[in-house]
Design a protein around this ligand. Structure first.
Ligand code: S3P
Length: 187
């Protein structure tokens, strides 16, 4: 049921990246799209552009509910065109409708980063309204979301890997994903 566009015989160009804030979805997605000659779509960027304001401003003035509605609409738009690498925001995959839309679009990769890595990457970040302070609260939110992220087709551990290396892992999985029967092997 997947609409996979073959590119240069190298496999499908669609790919979806999910995972916690700061896991590297945008940087890895951009790199991956560049490698396979696909268009890169950052759903958060799309939402900001559509709303004419930053994610932070949307949360502050309209609230999370409105943001989630905008996110749903942006995801619908993002998957309406084939051949894209789509990076979804950290909360997007928690919603069943979004999950179905993204999973139907292409193989979904969960970028799995540790709490420590997230803290190292995002300390001082002011653009993410839902980012808890370091420590228990952050750990708790990550654990709470993990079961949803694990519904991705592949889990890709990112700790100790560069953006280029993570993109490379995904490239190899994508190439293998061409065969209709998934082997389910993650790297
Ligand atoms: C969110 C993650 C953010 C953004 C919004 C909410 C979340 O995206 O969509 O701030 O609920 O985890 P990133 O994962 O790109 O930071």
């Amino acid at each position: 049921h997947r609409r996979s566009v073959m590119h240069g015989g190298k496999g499908p160009r669609e790919a979806v990246l999910v995972g916690f804030m700061g896991a590297g979805k945008s940087s890895v997605g951009r790199m991956l799209a560049d490698r396979i000659g696909a268009e890169f779509i950052d759903v958060d960027e799309m939402i900001g552009r559509n709303a004419g304001r930053s994610i932070r401003e949307i949360f502050a003035s309209l609230g999370e509910g409105v943001f989630r509605d905008m996110e749903k609409a942006a995801i619908r738009d993002a998957v309406s065109v084939s051949g894209r690498v789509v990076a979804a925001g950290g909360g997007a995959f928690l919603d069943e409708g979004n999950r179905m839309a993204l999973s139907a679009y292409g193989p979904v990769f969960f970028l799995d980063a540790s709490c420590e890595a997230i803290v190292a990457r995002l300390s001082g970040d002011r653009s993410r309204p839902l980012l808890p302070g370091e420590g228990n609260e952050l750990h708790g939110l990550m654990e709470k979301r993990r079961p949803a992220y694990l519904m991705a087709d592949f889990t890709v551990p990112t700790d100790g890997r560069t953006v280029l290396q993570v993109a490379g892992v995904i490239l190899r999985l994508l190439a293998r994903h061409r065969s209709p029967k998934r082997n389910g092997v993650d790297e």
